[in-house]
Write a protein that binds this ligand. Structure first.
Ligand SMILES: [Fe+2]
Ligand SMILES: [Fe+2]
Length: 196
């Protein structure tokens, strides 16, 4: 497998793990006898905003998608659809941030509404990644040259990303923080206390 594809798969797995943890915790928060730890929700949504929306997707747009279009112009429709999903995803993350703020304000009400919003976002993002892995990457494997793959791998592996001031290591430590905050079975954090 191309190194670049391995990196993209790894990034999808990290995003997917956070989405799945967020979905489980939002579901757990529907149990009104527990007080959810809102800081873990904030950390997870921050991760989803900062890592996929500001690093992973822009790199796909600028490197993987751009090179695929050069080599295989007939991939235009697929690339346009996936890029449109990047734009929609950015808007949906804003909506999710709003939903969390609203939930914090209305707790102990609002748990069901929040968990429905989380589940819908997670499904959207999973569908997007599945489409990239099932449709776009096989197409890129046929069309791209070794030189293309090297350039894409270099872009994805770059720790020194020009976008904002975000670094790969920051995401690794944020991911660790999420694991340390989230209660079992999602992470290693303290169980949520009983609501009083
Ligand atoms: Fe994407
Ligand atoms: Fe992706």
């Amino acid at each position: 497998m191309q190194k670049a594809i391995g990196i993209i798969y790894d990034e999808h797995r990290s995003i997917s793990a956070v989405l799945s943890g967020l979905k489980s915790l939002a579901q757990m928060a529907r149990d009104g006898s527990l007080r959810p730890d809102f800081s873990v929700f904030r950390a997870m949504i921050y991760y989803i905003d900062a890592f996929p929306e500001r690093m992973h997707h822009p790199k796909e747009d600028a490197h993987l998608f751009a090179r695929l279009l050069q080599r295989d112009p007939a991939a235009r429709e697929l690339v346009d659809a996936l890029q449109a999903e990047h734009v929609t995803g950015a808007r949906l993350v804003r909506d999710l941030e709003q939903a969390l703020l609203e939930y914090e304000q209305t707790w102990p009400g609002g748990a069901e509404k929040f968990s429905i919003a989380v589940a819908a976002y997670a499904q959207f993002h999973w569908n997007h990644m599945r489409r990239e892995e099932a449709d776009l990457i096989p197409r890129a494997e046929k069309a791209l040259t070794a030189e293309d793959w090297d350039a894409i791998a270099a872009a994805f592996a770059a720790n020194d990303d020009p976008i904002a001031d975000l670094r790969e290591k920051d995401f690794k430590s944020l991911y660790q923080r999420i694991l340390n905050l989230a209660p079992a079975p999602v992470g290693l954090g303290e169980p949520w206390k009983a609501a009083t």
